[in-house]
Structures are given as structure tokens and as C-alpha cells.
Design a protein around this ligand. Structure first.
Ligand code: S3P
Length: 177
């Protein structure tokens, strides 16, 4: 399999793990958000502000259809990508989809530091962030769980180094291809 697509909630580690995977498997790494920002010369936040979420989702879908045609890539999708249109079905056709599953507590810890560039949560205080994660994760999980593989990133919470977590993810991938 020469196309791996990582999905999961914001802050689950798609970009961090994706970069390691790509390096170890000798594939190119593509972060869908970065790809969109480069193509449109605007940040995701600016796109949300100028076109609304609906406009962003259309762009996201179009750009997904570009990157998921590339060969020899690890693609990190946006947290919302699987939950709109028939994106999840499409990704499942195009590559090996892996859901990086994390608990709301882990996501909250990661997102408290990284919320500024994420328009859906940028303005939320800790209590609002917590409620938002729980509520939207509940709605999104049925989409995420359509991935071909589910990988629990909980190891990271138990102090296991990211390199080791990436290694077990690589073993999972190798057993599937
Ligand atoms: C979003 C996740 C973000 C980005 C946008 C919307 C979402 O990507 O696409 O802010 O709806 O969950 P990351 O998951 O890479 O943060």
C-alpha cells in the first residue's frame, strides 16, 4: 500500500505521527491543512473567516480529491475531513485509512496549547473546550470508526515515547499491506 491516510480528532497526533511514519516508510508526508493553505495563500482560520465553514469544507473536499490521488504518500487529513460529504468512503477507496483514537482528556491537553490556529476552538475557554470536544467527538466517532484500522494513541499518555508509538503504528501498517 503506498497511500496511508491518517484521520482523527484535532490534537490526536496526526501530523506528528504522520511525519515520523513518512520518514520511516520512505513516503512523502502531506498535511491536508498545509496543502490547502499553500494552494489558497490563506490560513485555515482566514478561510473560515472569509468563506465560512461551508466554504472551507468544499475546498477541503476538492483538495482531498487532489492529494488522495498522489502515490507514495502519508496524508494527514483535517479533523473534520471524514465527517463531510462522502469523504470517508472516498478515503477508504483511495488508501489505508487509520483512525488515531485519543481520549477527550488527551485531546484537551493537546488542544489547550494548540487552539489558536484552529478556528472551531480558538475562542473557547477551558470549560467550553472540554464540552465542545466531548460533544463533537461523540458526533464524529461514527465517521472515524469507518476507518480500516483503529490505532489507540493512549500509549502516549502512559509516557511511551512518540518514536515507540510510531513503531507500533508501523508494525500495524506492515501487517496490513
Ligand atoms: C478541523 C480540524 C483542523 C482544520 C480545521 C477544522 C476540524 O485540522 O482542518 O481547523 O473540523 O476538526 P487538524 O485536525 O489538523 O487540527
Amino acid at each position: 500500500m503506498n497511500r496511508i491516510i491518517l484521520i482523527g480528532y484535532m490534537g490526536a497526533g496526526k501530523t506528528t505521527l504522520g511525519k515520523i511514519l513518512a520518514r520511516e516508510l520512505n513516503l512523502e508526508f502531506i498535511d491536508l491543512d498545509c496543502y490547502i493553505e499553500n494552494r489558497f495563500h490563506q490560513s485555515v482560520s482566514q478561510l473560515f473567516a472569509t468563506r465560512g465553514e461551508e466554504g472551507f469544507r468544499k475546498i477541503e473536499r476538492n483538495m482531498l480529491f487532489e492529494v488522495a490521488e498522489f502515490e507514495n504518500v502519508v496524508i494527514s487529513a483535517g479533523g473534520g475531513t471524514p465527517c463531510f460529504f462522502d469523504n470517508m468512503e472516498y478515503m477508504n477507496k483511495q488508501g489505508l485509512t487509520i483512525y488515531l483514537k485519543a481520549t477527550p482528556e488527551t485531546l484537551r491537553t493537546h488542544l489547550r496549547m494548540g487552539k489558536q490556529k484552529r478556528p472551531l476552538i480558538a475562542e473557547k475557554n477551558d470549560t467550553e473546550l472540554d464540552a465542545f470536544i466531548r460533544e463533537s467527538l461523540d458526533k464524529r466517532e461514527p465517521f472515524y470508526c469507518q476507518a480500516q484500522q483503529i490505532f489507540d494513541t493512549g500509549l502516549l499518555d502512559n509516557g511511551i515515547r512518540i518514536q515507540e508509538v510510531a513503531q507500533s503504528l508501523i508494525e500495524l501498517i506492515k501487517s496490513k499491506v
